[in-house]
Structures are given as C-alpha cells and as structure tokens.
Design a binder for this molecule. Structure first.
Ligand SMILES: NC(=O)c1ccc[n+]([C@@H]2O[C@H](COP(=O)([O-])OP(=O)(O)OC[C@H]3O[C@@H](n4cnc5c(N)ncnc54)[C@H](OP(=O)(O)O)[C@@H]3O)[C@@H](O)[C@H]2O)c1
Length: 338
C-alpha cells in the first residue's frame, strides 16, 4: 500500500484507512483484532473510530489491540460531538464536553494521545471560538496531534479554518465527508475547497454501506441475510436512498467496469474514489477478513480513462446554480487584463 501526506502535515498515512464502526456491533472483539492485524500486515497504518461507535466499544477493542502493538506505527483518528450520556452537556463541541470526550477516548484507547481528533459534525449551539480554541488547547496540551472535521458544509469549514488562521490556532487538516459514486454532492463545494486549502479528504461509506458492491440484487427491501441493510431496523431509509434509477445505473456501470478490469465491484468503486482530486484515503469498512482482503485489492492498479468516464457519467448528478458557472469563472480568469 502507498502512503500519502495527511493534508499539509508531515504525517504519512496509508492510502486506505480502516474504518472500525462495525467493531463491537457486527464484528466481535477477536475478529476485529483479526481485521486490525490483517490491515497492518498489508501495510495499512491509518485507523478511524469515534467515541460513539458501539457506545465506545469500538475504541475499547482498538485499545486492547493497541497495547500489544506498536502505538507509534499507527495514525489513530477518532471523533467527538455526538451524545455519550443522559446529561444535557453529554454532547456537542463545548470545552466541557470536548475535554471529557477526549479523556474518555484516551482511556478506552489505552493511549496518551490521539493522532487526529475530528469533530463529528457541526454544533449550532457552541461558538466556533469556544470549539476551535479548545481543540487548539488540546493540541497544545499534547493530548491530540492534529484536528479535523466531519460532515461540515463548505462555508462552515472555511469559516472555522479562517478563524484558526486569524488567531494563530492549530488548523483543521482533514475533512471526513460521505463520498462515493453514490454520494457526489460532496464535489460541489467541499472537494474544491479542500483542494485549494490542501486539506486531506477521508471519504466515509465509500461503498454506500455495501450497496455499491451490487449485492442487493432484489432491491434493498429484500436484502440478503447477514448484511447491514438486512440487520437495519429502518429498511425504508435505504429504500428511499437506493431504490431509484440513478442508483441502479451506478451499480450496472460498476459491474461493467469490474468485468472489463478483471476486478470486483467493491474494488472498482474504491479505485474510482482513490483517483479523485483531494482524496487522501477512503475509509474502508469490512465485516470479515474476506471483505477486507477484497477491499485491500482496490490499490496498486488504475481504472482506464474510459472506465472512469463511464462511471462519472453513470453517477453524475444535476449541477445546479451556482455550481453550474464554472465555465464562466474560467473565462473570467482567462481574460487579458494587462
Ligand atoms: N463521519 C461519519 O459521520 C461517518 C459515518 C459513517 C461511517 N464513517 C466511517 O467510515 C467507515 C466506513 O463506513 P462504512 O462501513 O459505511 O463503509 P462502506 O465501505 O460504504 O460499507 C462497508 C460495509 O459494506 C459491506 N462490504 C464491505 N466490503 C465488502 C465487500 N468487499 N463485499 C461485500 N460487501 C462488503 C459490509 O457490510 P455488510 O457485510 O453488512 O453488507 C461493510 O460493513 C466507518 O467504519 C467509519 O469509520 C464515518
């Protein structure tokens, strides 16, 4: 596996990040440790979790694995923001909750620092000064090495970045958005912003939660057993998302490219993402070793230009105002002025 710079930092991360949302939920402790071992053996060094995954069990499982492995050999990312208890302040990005969340994550992870602490989502209640001033202090205190954001809109991210810059605070170095052949609205505002600011993009749900593998042949209302959608108690949510012409078209295009490239559908969907501008490391999820091995096979080769173009066409979404004005912007910047 190759390594890429984590945005503007001097830290190198593997081009695939191992997501651990299923640890303690669909994957028990021992097989989770097997996935971690396999990922590291394959050359991966980048792990993503969150304090709320399986009510902290994901972090605990990683922590138990970490004590027997080289802590310095991995780049460990976690998140804070969502509810962790019943009290009114057991969520959000206040100084009170952030310090508590970091302390709890460090305890569960059996480590004394977090490499990348990401705010899991925007907090409309807390001022950016309080949240990002606290994140800056967490870095200064040595509890966190870098900070990042997840699920922000473009204006929110740019505002946070400019605030940090104006105060001389540690700036966020990464964005974790939903991004896949299915979820391409991320390309409107966030990807150009991250490219312009040299921010690392870490796409979550790169396989659309498994949908892009094409295994939901009979639609998501009749999911194969032992899959995320079959185990979900909100199948209607997935039906709204995936039972439409565009989603079917994308899966067909992925299957065609897979046949042509001699790869699997999962490998094609991940490889497409690996080639996108600003993407540093898709966060891969896996229920078992077979899935992980397959997903690891998404690196080390490239789709042809024609295959990428066919996937782009099948997954394109309507570009509306003001994102439809790129050609005019280009003309304007080409204008002779001196
Ligand atoms: N920041 C956020 O808000 C946020 C949100 C979601 C996720 N994340 C992060 O992103 C990571 C990945 O998200 P995700 O799990 O949704 O990613 P994903 O890659 O879209 O979906 C992974 C799921 O797809 C299925 N799958 C994976 N590889 C497969 C293969 N080769 N063949 C067939 N099925 C396969 C498995 O589910 P089944 O076996 O059940 O079908 C697996 O659990 C998470 O672990 C987490 O770290 C972040």
């Amino acid at each position: 596996m190759k390594f890429r710079r984590l945005g503007r930092t001097g830290v190198l991360v593997s081009e695939l990040c191992l997501g651990t949302m299923t640890f303690g939920w669909q994957v028990e402790e021992a097989p989770s440790h097997g996935l971690l071992d396999r990922f590291v053996d394959a050359g991966g060094n980048f792990l993503d979790t969150a304090n709320v995954y399986s009510d902290g069990k994901s972090e605990e499982i990683i922590g138990k694995w970490l004590v027997r492995h080289n802590r310095e050999g991995v780049v460990l990312a976690t998140k804070a923001r969502f509810r962790t208890g019943d009290s009114v302040n057991d969520l959000g990005l206040s100084r009170k909750h952030l310090y508590r969340a970091v302390r709890d994550s460090l305890r569960r992870l059996h480590t004394d620092y977090i490499d990348l602490l990401q705010v899991h989502a925007w907090d409309p209640l807390t001022s950016l000064e309080e949240s990002f001033g606290t994140l800056h202090r967490l870095v200064e205190d040595g509890l966190v090495r870098y900070i990042g954001v997840s699920n922000y809109r473009g204006w929110q991210f740019e505002k946070a970045l400019q605030l940090c810059r104006s105060r001389g605070w540690n700036e966020p170095v990464s964005l974790q958005p939903q991004y896949s052949l299915y979820a391409r609205a991320t390309e409107f505002e966030l990807i150009p912003m991250c490219a312009a600011e040299n921010i690392a993009v870490l796409p979550w749900s790169p396989l659309g939660g498994g949908y892009l593998t094409g295994k939901y042949k009979n639609g998501v209302r009749a999911p194969p057993s032992g899959t995320r959608i079959a185990e979900s108690n909100d199948v209607e949510f997935y039906a709204r998302r995936f039972e439409n012409e565009r989603a079917n078209r994308i899966v067909k295009a992925v299957e065609t490219a897979a046949r042509e490239a001699g790869k699997t559908t999962a490998q094609v969907a991940l490889n497409w993402l690996l080639s996108r501008p600003a993407v540093t490391a898709p966060i891969i999820g896996a229920r078992n070793i077979d899935q992980l091995n397959e997903n690891l096979g998404s690196t080390g080769w490239s789709l042809s230009t024609d295959q990428v173009a066919a996937l782009d066409r099948a997954s394109e979404i309507e570009v509306t105002y003001p994102y439809d004005r790129r050609a005019e912007e280009q003309q304007s910047s080409d204008r002779p002025w001196a």
